[in-house]
Design a protein around this ligand. Sequence first.
Ligand code: FAD
Length: 432
Amino acid sequence: MHAPLPPALLRQHLIDPEICIRCNTCEETCPVGAITHDTRNYVVDAATCNACLACISPCPTGAIDSWQVVPRSAPFSIDAQLGWDALPADTLLDTMADAPVDGALEARRAAPAADAAASLPAEASNAPASASARALADRAPGATVPPWSASHPYVNLYTQRTPIVATVTGNFRVTDSATASDTHHLVLDFGVTPFPVLEGQSIGIQPPGLDAAGRAHCARQYSIASPRDGERPGYNNVALTVKRVVADHDGQPVRGVCSNYLCDLAKGDAVSVIGPFGNTFLMPNHPGAHLLMICTGTGSAPMRAMTERRRRRRAQDTPARLMLFFGARTEAELPYCGPLWSLPADFIDINLAYSRTPGAPRRYVQDALRERAADVAPLLADPQTHVYVCGLRDMESGVLEALREIAVGHGLDWTSLWPALKAQGRLHFETY
Ligand code: FAD
């Protein structure tokens, strides 16, 4: 813990605009509404931030873990931060480096960026990291810790400033050509440059070109759709499942920058990649762990990675249950529809739900879950089960409510089961 700064100084919480990928996670996490953004930057209001650190660990890039010592009477304003392309030089900290060493500043200089506890600002001394971590865990719908048997992930090996170049070795459409929904399976190869990944992690893609303000586009995140040993086993490559965005969330026509760039890439093209990201949405290594996977659309990417990992190890591992609930608007819009059906029924229990089949009632993944309640409930009760939910953000509350109803309907105490699933890293959400 840091010694307190002189009262006239403040360790101001900032976000590094050169590293931030504008994923909105920090703004959603902040319990006091101190984080805001415009089309250019994500910024922290010094007057509102209480340095609780709730936003630190969810940030995929570490951009959030930036601090500068400033005069308490003149912190960087929101307007100033919104105009930055890079963090300003930490002049006050540098000046103080020549002064007799303050233990706090010395510790801060030595602190690794991702070590939130080590960089705990003095202002947070009444909010210990463990308390803020607990508060975050209580509010989150899912776990903030990985399964106990997950492998340790590598994260942030490559940043906006130090990206890696991958080569496209595959790009083909995985939704029916008759539908307007255009989803692609992309394979990116890293050659001999290390890029170790785990199922459930994501990567960042830096699209080329400039935004309307003349700045380089920020990176977009994509879940990895292949297992840790590569889309092609033994190769240093990853697969992605990318949906071409041609309309915004309100249905207005728009050309999504990165999704269109990716879907239009040709074999041999070079792509700028950052990451990997993600240290909790990871699969258990324990071969006896059951997987309950619930997804919609491109949320199938991490489920494909986990399923393929299990399929490759099927011969040597003891059988555990894999149950998949997969939602799409129509069958034609379901990515990987053909390959899904070639998986043996004694390996994976597949349940599909279509919400826009002409002439049929709307059916969502939560409806399919309720229909299979008699099989889902024993899985929820089993301490070996791990639940993964991925897809559009709207699905979170519906799925959680369906799981609650199923548990309660089968005599399980949801008020203790839900916190246990979270605390034990057995219920994970990745929605966007
Ligand atoms: P932009 O140029 O950023 O946006 C253009 C407009 O479209 C904006 O108005 C924006 O609000 C809107 N918009 C953005 N996304 C959507 C959408 N999905 N539907 C409708 N409107 C939208 N995407 C995948 O395709 N596959 C993945 O596996 C995947 N994994 C992700 C994992 C994480 C952890 C996160 C945070 C996001 C993931 N995404 C994934 C979403 C992806 O990062 C981009 O947001 C998406 O591809 C759109 O980027 P764009 O540059 O094409 O659109």
